[in-house]
Design a binder for this molecule. Structure first.
Ligand code: GTP
Ligand code: MG
Length: 262
């Protein structure tokens, strides 16, 4: 048996009778060794999930900070909401099996870069790039991969900016560099992606081509809406009158109030 397997314990190797498991001292020793190995793997695995969870907290805080700063400077929030997850056991193992990766903790860490995933839902398209650039300028954020499905949408119409970044996480005794998948999209892009994702599971339906074409057409219209909404916002911003001295004073007080709100 491969010592490296996630679940090394195989009870098929041992003798059972009506009274239960009968083992010689040597066999008992082997069982205990296997049990110990299994425990080690399980401890390493839950440790690893904790590490990814901590990396998510760090990246979430970075985005919350950027959102607060932007709010004070521009009187609006670029981020609508943030969701994050540590990938489920089922999805991790499923992905490794699909890709033919032997199931070890080391391979999981090395090959699966979306175990920690965070999704940032923005109001407008330009907010996406503003946030991504601000994140990547931080000296403890390393970009590992960038896929711009907004500049280059997928053929089905999917749009989002994907980043895989590595962030340091400091523990009591050690520092770990942890990869996190960041998906940044607008509310409209998220609306399309969520519905399209939920429809993917119903593969048995007929007329797949028509459905794909209709979804693509929705994605195109949504992209136009995103552009139009951003344009409207820019028009409003550029049309704002220069504030009077009194208005400016009130605006500055508003900013100070917002700083102390949280
Ligand atoms: P994965 O094996 O899915 O991680 O693919 P990948 O490594 O090629 O990464 P990619 O950046 O293309 O996509 C990663 C994630 O983006 C997916 O897990 C989904 O959350 C999302 N995504 C990518 N393509 C689509 C799509 O066509 N529709 C929807 N709804 N989501 C998508
Ligand atoms: Mg993925």
């Amino acid at each position: 048996m491969n010592d490296n397997q996630l679940i090394p314990f195989d009870k098929g190797n041992f003798a059972f009778d009506r009274n239960g498991l009968h083992l010689s001292p040597a066999e008992m020793q082997a069982v205990m060794n296997q049990a110990r190995k299994m425990m080690d793997v399980m401890v390493d695995y839950s440790d690893l999930r904790m590490v990814y969870g901590c990396a998510l907290k760090i990246v979430r805080t970075k985005f919350e900070v950027l959102d607060s700063e932007f709010e004070v400077r521009n009187q609006r929030n670029p981020i609508n909401f943030i969701s994050s997850r540590v990938k489920s056991n089922q999805s991790i193992i499923g992905k490794m099996i699909r890709r033919g990766i032997p199931l070890t903790i080391e391979n999981m860490e090395k090959e699966i870069q979306d175990i920690a995933g965070i999704r940032i839902i923005c109001s407008y398209e330009d907010d996406i790039y503003h946030l991504a650039d601000a994140l990547l300028r931080q000296e403890n954020v390393t970009l590992l991969k960038r896929k711009d499905y907004i500049a280059n949408p997928k053929s089905n119409g999917y749009r989002s900016l994907h980043l895989i970044v590595s962030v340091p996480v400091y523990f009591a005794e050690q520092k770990r560099d942890v990869p996190v998948e960041v998906q940044i999209r607008t509310i409209a892009m998220d609306f399309w992606a969520s519905l399209e994702h939920s429809m993917k599971y119903k593969q048995e339906i007929k007329d797949q081509d028509t459905i794909a074409a209709r979804l693509k057409s929705c994605a195109d219209r949504i992209a136009e809406l995103d552009e139009e909404m951003q344009d409207i916002r820019r028009q409003i911003e550029s049309g704002k009158d220069v504030p009077s001295e009194e208005e400016e004073l009130l605006q500055r007080l508003g900013k100070i109030d917002r700083i102390f709100e949280d």
